[in-house]
Each structure stands twice: as C-alpha cells, then as structure tokens.
Design a protein around this ligand. Sequence first.
Ligand SMILES: [Fe+2]
Ligand SMILES: [Fe+2]
Length: 361
Amino acid sequence: MNVQTSVKASRETNEVTETTEMAKETTLLSPRFYTTDFDELDRVDVTPIRESWDEIMEELRSDPNKNHFKKNDDWDSVDFEAIEPELRKELIDFLVSSLTAEFSGCVLYKEMKRRGSNKEICELFSHMSRDEARHAGFLNDALREAGLAVNLGFLTRKKKYTYFKPKFIYYATYLSEKIGYARYITIFRHLEKNPDNRIHPIFKWFKEWCNDEFRHGEAFALLMKTDPKLTSGINKLWIRFFLVAVYATMHVRDHARPAFHKALGIDIDWYDDRVYRVCNEISRQIFPIEIDLDNPKWKRNLGRIREAFFALDKANKRGGFIGFIMKVAPGIKALSAFISLYLMPMKKNQVPDNPRLAPTF
Ligand SMILES: [Fe+2]
Ligand SMILES: [Fe+2]
C-alpha cells in the first residue's frame, strides 16, 4: 500500500476519532512528526560507501515484504469490547502510538523523495516510505476493526512538525529504526514461546516486519558513514544525548502500560533491558560510544525519570494553578535524573570500516 492509498483508506473515516486526537497530541513522550533541511540531505554523496549502498538498495528494490502485510487465516478476529477496560485502553494506546511512529517515518521519507533531486537519496527514501506506509496501514486496519481507525490525512495536515537538522534526523531515526527492530523481534520471540499470551494477531506479523526496520536502520548507518565527522568530535556528545533520550523515553512509555505487558506475560524491566542490549550491540556498527547498562546509576536514574514523568502527568491532568505548582518538583527531578544519565561514563566502541550487519536476533 502506498501513502496515497493509505491516506485514502483513512478518509473512509472522515470523522476525527478519539484515536486521531491521541495520535495528533504532541507531548514530550508521544511520537512526533519531523521535518528537516531537505536540500542538505539532497547533497549527500554515497560514493565513499558505494558497495554497501548498492547492496542495501538491491535489497530494498527486491521488496521482500511486498505481500506480507495482508490479513490471512492467521488473523484471528479480536472482540475489543470483551477485553477488560484497562487492558483495552493500553492495547489501543500501543496500536495508536505504534501507528503514529510508523506514519511519522512515512511522512518524513515521502517528503524527502518528493523534494529531492539526488536520484540515489530519493530512491532510498521512496522505498522506505513505501514500507512505513504499509506498516502504518496495517496497524490502522487493526484499529479499524475496532471502529478506531486514525484519520491519516487529517494527521498529516494537523499534527505539529518538529524541525531537526539532518544529522539529528540520522541519530534519532537510526536509533528508532533499530529499537523498532529490537522491540518487534523481542516480542515475537517471546510470543513464539508463549502463544497463549498473544492478545492480538498483529504480533504474528512482527518477524518479517522487523526486518524492514532493520534494513531502514542499515540505510541510516550508511548515510552516517558518508561523512566521518557525523560520528566523531563534538557529534559524539549529540549521539550520547540521543541515546539517553531515546532509551529513557522508551522506559517511561513502556512503564505506562502495565496491564498490556502483564497480558503479554512480559516483565517490562526485562524487556527494556533486552531491547537496550540488542540495540547497543547493533549500534556498534556506527556509534563510537554506547551506554553502560551495567552501571547502577543507569537503572536508578531511569526509575527517577519515570517517577517524575508520572507525577508530571498527574499534574497535567489536574491542570490550573495547583497543577502548575505540582509540576515544579517533578520537573526538577526529571531534569536532574536526565543530566545524571547524560554524564554517566560511556563505553567506547571500535567502529568497523564496513558497517553492514544482518538481523540475527
Ligand atoms: Fe516501520
Ligand atoms: Fe522503519
């Protein structure tokens, strides 16, 4: 399904549903839509990584998941009404948040393809936007079944866009693609062993799905490899910032869905730690540093950030002057925990000349 058809599909539901509003919301933790300096991106020269580039483009052209995102006999229907309310709320939140993240990639990649004139860069972004449109469309099919489809056309027009310089897009998107891979494969492997915990059929599609995300991450690793400055000098401080921000966001978001993870039979701390370790191992392909997950400060300060965010959420719900006052202490706590994580000594990596990896988890 391409972007046009997925947007068209969403227009079947012209109304702005509650889930559309959820997806449109911009908070510190919700998935965002991005825009960037497309002209700068257009000037990228892939000559230094030609061989690996041709390989990944060949894979993307071959479109291995062309027929994957279709419902078949494996798709058991779900009666959302029969699900206990807390779990239903968190399952919907998971589907909407995943859809927003997938569609965010689709919108950004499609825009690059539309605006650029660099044949190679445009082709890459065209393949990646094709994949993300399929992912978002498939998640929206799952929501549509419950009468909760997100209006993607409305979202494209109305959601706030955050501007990031291309190098920040590389760091943030590379990490979110690789974390996406690690999350999907970890859930898939867990449910392979525990099929009774599969609360929704969509998880059966995660194995092939996560390979798309892995490939997208490979492409961003190669884009970073075109310019050694992107992963050295002062930029190592930016990589450190994005590692801490992306990992901490995942920790808080996942802990906000206790009923969902309980139903899947997943211990959230185990799951997050597993995802961080997979992501650390993969990102050695391009990042010269990684978070030391065994430093006791890591878990301690993640916990402080989580407590602070939950308190901030409570204050936001309360609103008014009292709500504002309630935000001061957790705001300071979140910032100080984030700074502690940022200042933690990082582990150093010897980055290989050729970054290419295969999805082996
Ligand atoms: Fe995706
Ligand atoms: Fe992706």
